[in-house]
Ligand binder design. Sequence first.
Ligand SMILES: [Zn+2]
Ligand SMILES: [Zn+2]
Length: 140
Amino acid sequence: MDNTKTVADYEALLRSHHLGATPLQVAVIRIMQEEANHVTADFLYEHLKKDFPGIALESIDLTLEEIVEAELVRRYRIDNREIFDIKIELHDHAYCKSCGEIVELPKYEFKILPGRLAEWVIMGKTRVWYGTCPDCLSKE
Ligand SMILES: [Zn+2]
Ligand SMILES: [Zn+2]
């Protein structure tokens, strides 16, 4: 992960996507680039509440909405949770049902589309592979 960026770099990135570069936007982008590529709003809330005393979860939801809208972050639904992903290109994930770990999978293309899908214009596809990770398996 990239740890060499400054606050000014993040502000510039946000502004180049027509965002106001609020301190909360900077903090969220920074965590996602430097600490965790896949986050939930709750995870961010836990990480940000000491730097932003009194912050509401709604403010984090709103900030995530803004950066998703600006196409800096992609939103997925995995196992009924909203996951925000700093990697904007569509890709597949493997998800551990026990601990929630998310692993990115290399790009895998269907060569032949099933049935009528062959006539579709496909704009994106993304899959989630469910399972149990080795760490969780070793604890069973
Ligand atoms: Zn696990
Ligand atoms: Zn991902």
